[in-house]
Design a protein around this ligand. Structure first.
Ligand code: PBG
Ligand code: ZN
Length: 326
């Protein structure tokens, strides 16, 4: 017996070549999904102090943003339509007031090699700011499904490869799958926001997407932040209904669910590192407390380690540009 300690774990990481050879996970740009906000008008680009570094652009400008991201290896995009007008039930999502279809068409035509996902929800379109149709002051599940599935079909017809319903309505995956298949859109993927929590970390996004509820909150449809088992039921139900990719949102506070979901399903998993999570890193970096890119890499590695295949992040472009320079 050799003298204590016989176990020499440090041998494995003694030099850079060993560390590189034995690295278990990497931050790969191809796995990052870039959120894109589409606003009405032409030739418009805006920034928002609440989401620093994020550009909201009109449909005609979106292909330039995409081109820049493609140039550094980002291939997937999640588009949000921010309309000029709202309506009581959110049907403006289906009208010319919604700049999303034009953006999808423009990008798909110029860059067919992208993976284009469309957020499908009503909260940017309803006067109430809720994710669905109100009946007697409460979001009505089945009335919401009708508009949601029509919106999913419109997005798919406009060029979305993936529709991402985020309203947390029961049965939304199944009804969208049926609607797509009926229209000959059987090749369109569905990536529901399956485990979407009623989180306080969405505040910056709600400004950028103009989607804050006018009254009340989303606790009647989004998940209680304390409940892990209930979140798993949502994930498994979406798989059962025919989802192609499952999403967990927010990301870092729900790592337990990501790793549990990884054990329980064979579907690809997406983690959405949301606007509030992004804002925390940005603010700390601005104060000089953190090395932003290194922190971002460490955070995203935790998501990949836990089982994410895709990470949706406002850092996508900046991290991709940083990695391309290395
Ligand atoms: C809307 C939607 C939200 C986000 C994505 N889609 C906000 C919400 O549910 O209020 C949050 C994204 C983020 O904070 O980055 N259904
Ligand atoms: Zn919504």
């Amino acid at each position: 017996m050799s003298p204590y300690p016989r176990t020499r774990l440090r041998r494995l990481r003694e030099n850079a070549a060993l560390r590189e050879a034995l690295r278990e996970n990497s931050l790969e740009t191809r796995r990052l999904v870039m959120p894109v906000f589409v606003i009405p008008g032409r030739g418009k680009e805006e920034t928002d102090p609440r989401l620093p570094g994020i550009i909201r652009a009109s449909a005609d400008r979106i292909p330039y943003l995409v081109e820049r991201a493609l140039g550094v290896g980002v291939i997937s995009f999640l588009l949000f339509g921010v309309p000029g007008k709202k309506s009581p039930r959110g049907e403006v999502a289906l009208s010319g007031e919604n700049p999303l279809p034009a953006a999808l068409k423009g990008v798909k035509q110029r860059f067919p090699e992208t993976v284009l996902a469309a957020d499908v929800c009503l909260c940017s379109f309803t006067e109430s700011g809720h994710c669905g149709v109100l009946v007697e002051g409460r979001v009505d599940n089945d009335r919401t499904l009708e508009i949601l599935s029509a919106y999913a079909v419109l997005a798919a017809e406009s060029g979305a490869d993936v529709v991402a319903p985020s309203a947390m309505m029961d049965g939304m995956v199944q009804i969208i799958r049926e609607a797509l298949d009926e229209r000959g859109l059987g090749g369109t993927l569905i990536m529901p926001y399956s485990a979407k929590f009623a989180s306080s970390l969405y505040a910056p996004f709600r400004e950028a997407a103009s989607s804050a509820p006018v009254f009340g909150d989303r606790r009647g449809y989004q998940l209680p932040t304390a409940n892990g088992r209930e979140a798993l039921r949502e994930l498994l139900a979406d798989e059962e209904e025919g989802a192609d990719i499952l999403m967990i949102k927010p990301a870092l506070p729900y790592l337990d669910l990501l790793s549990e979901a990884r054990r329980r399903t064979l579907l690809p998993l997406a983690a959405y590192h949301v606007s509030g999570e992004y804002a925390m890193v940005k603010a700390a970096a601005r104060e000089g407390h953190l090395e932003e890119m290194e922190v971002a890499e460490e955070l995203f590695l935790s998501l990949f380690r836990a089982g994410a295949d895709l990470v949706i992040t406002y850092h996508a472009l900046e991290v991709a540009e940083w990695r391309a320079r290395q």
